[in-house]
Design a protein around this ligand. Structure first.
Ligand code: SF4
Length: 157
């Protein structure tokens, strides 16, 4: 969406995907975790409001739980699923394999990116699952649901 460039014009922005001031990716993750405002998407959203995220290091999912004055979750309509089970299926079988492929991981899902193989690979990226039933107490989360297909689209069940 080009948000990094747009936001960087008037704000200090940290993303471990974008090199900055000689910082390591670990330092960039830590700086983002300490930011006033956090921006992310999600891996699945059920029509009754459950938000599902799977993560590798945990920095992204932890930032949806605690520590920021305000969180924005920007979500394309393709992340919507009728219920919890289908949203979780999407997170595991579409977002996971495509993300593993993007990162060049040696996991069984990357060749065809057709489904999750629930691997035990040392390169497995799916290591934590967070389901938000409601906004955590003390958090201020804005959901920005966009009537477009964004992020990983993949196939449907
Ligand atoms: S658990 Fe393993 S096989 Fe499944 S999506 Fe994650 S990396 Fe791929």
């Amino acid at each position: 969406m080009g948000l990094y460039d747009i936001l960087s014009a008037h704000n200090t922005v940290y993303s471990h995907h974008v090199p900055k001031d000689g910082m390591t990716t670990g330092e960039l993750r830590a700086a983002a975790s300490g930011a006033d405002i956090y921006l992310s998407s999600v891996n699945g959203l059920s029509e009754d409001g459950e938000i599902i995220n799977i993560d590798a290091q945990g920095n992204r999912v932890s930032s949806t739980l605690y520590g920021h004055r305000r969180v924005f979750l920007v979500i394309g309509e393709n992340k919507l699923a009728p219920d919890h089970d289908k949203a979780l299926w999407r997170a595991r079988n579409i977002a996971g394999p495509l993300n593993a492929r993007r990162l060049g991981r040696k996991t069984p899902c990357t060749a065809k990116a057709d489904r999750c193989y629930d691997c035990r690979s040392p390169e497995r990226i799916c290591r934590e699952l967070v389901v938000l039933w409601q906004c955590p107490i003390g958090m201020d989360i804005d959901i920005v649901l966009i009537h477009e297909k964004l992020g990983y689209r993949g196939h449907s069940k």
